[in-house]
Design a protein around this ligand. Structure first.
Ligand SMILES: C[S@@+](CC[C@H](N)C(=O)[O-])C[C@H]1O[C@@H](n2cnc3c(N)ncnc32)[C@H](O)[C@@H]1O
Ligand SMILES: CC(C)=CCC/C(C)=C/COP(=O)(O)OP(=O)(O)O
Ligand SMILES: [Mg+2]
Length: 294
């Protein structure tokens, strides 16, 4: 393994491996440079920084009306509440998690879901991301919260994680599966999970009933430099890797209110129309899949 650079956190040098492919190098750079207000200002609400979308009904009573004083602040808080609600639903599907166990967050971003998992279960959480900036950010937040002994992010490829086989009681991908081959990904989760362990993903996938990826799905792929898979591909790749689905939940109706609200905010990024149109025309779905490692 060759190192390309050194990243520092609190003065300690950390080894950063070279990307496994030119594509992974592009994705590492993408997330190293990302600083969209729609993510940072939402995270500033309570210190949980997410790179995923929201679910649930909008609380119109809490939001008030455009033109009311502080409306924009309440809108940001509401979008953030819906994003955290999404992570809570993912954690709900991990099943019972003991304090002495370790969880793996594959594609952990700035670490919001890891912090929530530790706060809920008291367990250890190991996160991996391609981005040294994100790993530093997540580790800094864990340090500020005094939970650095339990929550830790590192720069590494989720297809080749430096964890012993069977070490994880549960693992997940929160909106990070569209950057990798699903057979390779589920083979690696299957390796690190204990037999009887639980895997959960929340993801956007194209709907085989539509036929092929729609122009909206292609637009989302181009926007994020990712490769959205079909729903069928998830289920096939799980079946091939000893992951047996226990729940497949279509969250599309639950995520539309988030997008409709976000489209009215000053923090729009331009991708809102593609999500709203593809969810409405049925070509794209927001799904949760929970599977047992058998
Ligand atoms: C959309 S963000 C999701 C972040 C996080 N799961 C969340 O919910 O906030 C996608 C994440 O996947 C990570 N990622 C993409 N490909 C990866 C790979 N091959 N190995 C590790 N992380 C990867 C990126 O670095 C980024 O952190
Ligand atoms: C559901 C799908 C297809 C997701 C693609 C992966 C992705 C980029 C998620 C959100 O990240 P973000 O929170 O950084 O994006 P944004 O800046 O749009 O909020
Ligand atoms: Mg976001």
């Amino acid at each position: 393994m060759t190192s390309t650079e050194f990243s520092t956190l609190n003065g300690s040098a950390a080894f950063v491996p070279a990307p496994a492919s030119p594509y992974q190098g592009d994705i590492a750079r993408y997330w190293d440079q990302e600083a969209r207000p729609v993510n940072l200002r939402l995270g500033d609400v309570d210190g949980l920084y997410h790179h995923h979308y929201g679910i649930g009904d909008v609380d119109h009573a809490a939001l008030g009306n455009p033109g009311d004083g502080d409306y924009e602040k309440r809108l940001i808080a509401e979008l953030h509440r819906l994003e955290s609600a999404q992570a809570e639903v993912l954690l709900d599907h991990l099943g019972p998690v003991g304090r002495d166990t370790t969880l793996v967050d594959a594609g952990c971003g700035r670490g919001g879901s890891m912090v929530m998992a530790h706060q809920r279960f008291g367990c250890k959480v190991e996160g991996v991301t391609l981005s040294a900036k994100q790993a530093d950010f997540a580790n800094r937040r864990a340090h500020e919260l005094g939970i650095e002994d339990h929550v830790h992010a590192r720069v590494c490829n989720m297809l080749d994680m430096p964890f012993e086989s069977g070490m994880a009681a549960a693992s997940w991908n929160n909106e990070s599966t569209m950057y990798v081959d699903l057979h390779d990904l589920f083979a690696e989760h299957s390796r690190v999970l204990a037999v009887g362990g639980r895997y959960v993903t929340i993801t956007g996938c194209w709907n085989p009933r539509y036929g092929q990826p729609s122009k909206w799905v292609s637009q989302i792929n181009a926007h994020f430099e990712c490769n959205i898979h079909s729903r069928r591909e998830y289920l096939r790749a799980m079946a091939d890797n000893r992951l047996v689905p226990q729940a497949v939940v279509d969250l599309t109706p639950e995520t539309l209110p988030y997008w409709e609200l976000r489209a009215t905010s000053s923090l729009v990024t331009g991708i809102e129309e593609a999500f709203i149109n593809s969810y409405r025309d049925g070509s794209f779905q927001y799904v949760l899949i929970a599977a047992d490692r058998v």
